[in-house]
Ligand binder design. Structure first.
Ligand SMILES: C[S@@+](CC[C@H](N)C(=O)[O-])C[C@H]1O[C@@H](n2cnc3c(N)ncnc32)[C@H](O)[C@@H]1O
Length: 264
């Protein structure tokens, strides 16, 4: 394997019988530095697309109108947290990995790394209600160690999830359960905004282990979200060739509202 991100042949420590489920991976060992280096140390075209998409949602919401919002599986990605910094009074960044929790807490305490500056400049240019400084926008974020399964039904006014449900299990049934927890986290009528890698198989970050993923396309997202939501919109970004080769075919972007009554 000579290309970061390319899965390559499985190694003995990667072998699990059947599809690898969420609990089969050691999320505490998430390679924060390599993940940031590959994905977020500079603004890639797909980040611009995701930020534009999410900004179009946040721009329609008055500053401070959402009392509590969720970033599910926040990882070390600060831009979805920044984007909630005007509309939301409190952002819960739910994250199971000790390594990611440590990074997030350090960024919130000491201030964001300089590499996040262009991300915030773009976020604010698309949503002028955001405060002048990124540090101020992130002041509303609270890091919550935990997993999707810990969420309580109807807690949030808005939930955001970026590259999580499809990137943490090989089992489509478990992908559905994670998406269901995401939908149920908001109250009926609550807003959902999400991004997914399109058709991405299990992947490596740098030269580390293989992380489990479940290739999904627009039809799969529609099958999971249509029964649970209203106003479902799915858009697509072309494959970003400035990223390592993760085997994906692009990015899928989703907005919807949680349906009233039973969700599925
Ligand atoms: C591919 S990373 C995406 C991180 C970040 N959201 C982003 O936009 O880059 C997947 C994230 O999901 C987290 N995760 C894994 N299992 C989870 C679960 N059961 N519930 C919530 N988050 C989970 C991982 O720790 C990791 O931070």
């Amino acid at each position: 394997m000579d290309r970061a991100g390319s899965p390559g042949p499985p190694r003995p420590q990667d072998r699990v019988l059947g599809p690898r489920r969420n609990r089969d991976a050691d999320w505490n060992a998430w390679p924060v530095a390599d993940y940031l280096a590959e994905n977020y140390r500079r603004l890639h075209p797909c980040d611009v697309g995701v930020i534009r998409h999410h900004a179009a949602v946040y721009r329609t919401i008055a500053p401070g109108a959402l009392c509590r919002t969720l970033e599910l599986g926040a990882g070390p990605n600060l831009y979805p947290l920044m984007q909630a910094g005007a509309a939301s009074l409190r952002v819960d960044a739910l994250e199971p990995s000790a390594a990611n929790v440590r990074y997030l807490r350090q960024q919130l305490t000491d201030g964001p790394d300089d590499s996040w500056r262009p991300f915030y400049t773009l976020c604010r240019s698309l949503d002028p209600a955001l405060p002048e400084s990124c540090t101020e926008a992130l002041r509303r974020v609270r890091v919550v160690p935990g997993v999707a399964e810990d969420l309580t039904d109807g807690t949030y006014a808005l939930a955001s999830m970026n590259f999580v449900a499809e990137s943490v299990t090989e089992d489509f049934a478990e992908f559905t359960v994670l998406c269901d927890a995401f939908v149920r986290a908001v109250r009926p009528g609550g807003r959902l905004v999400a991004s997914f890698m399109e058709r991405m198989p299990s992947y490596r970050i740098g030269t580390g282990p293989v992380w489990p993923a479940c290739p999904v396309d627009g039809a799969a997202l529609r099958a999971v979200f249509a029964p649970r939501t209203t106003g479902l919109r799915i858009e697509r970004l072309a494959k970003d060739r400035t990223l390592p080769e993760y085997g994906d075919t692009g990015v899928l972007l989703l907005t919807a509202l949680r349906r009233d009554g039973p969700t599925a």
